[in-house]
Design a protein. Structure first.
Length: 97
């Protein structure tokens, strides 16, 4: 009978250790999820900053292009024609390959 009581108390302490280990694993996994969440938020913030920066540059370049077209419309049309011709030649040479 004493051995059965000893086995029961060992199994109870083993169960308590297992439960404690499971709780520690849960806490660790929660920490990992929180870390990934904060990384995700940091990534979103960085992406938003890059997007805003890109928009600002695009707006700036658009305004510069617009002012050049207003100042020199003939040159702008010539450059647009040359760029279109160049792209057309590059695309047609790919089809022939």
């Amino acid at each position: 009978m004493a051995t059965q009581t000893a086995k029961k108390s060992n199994s109870v302490s083993d169960n308590a250790e297992v439960v404690e280990a499971i709780n520690q694993i849960k806490e660790a996994s929660n920490s990992v999820y929180q870390a990934f969440g904060s990384l995700s938020e940091a990534g979103k913030a960085t992406a938003r900053e890059a997007l805003d920066e890109g928009r600002a540059k695009a707006t700036d370049y658009g305004q510069k292009a617009e002012s050049v077209v207003r100042e020199k419309p003939v040159v702008a049309v010539g450059v647009a024609f040359a760029a279109g011709w160049l792209v057309s030649r590059m695309l047609s040479s790919r089809k022939g390959s």
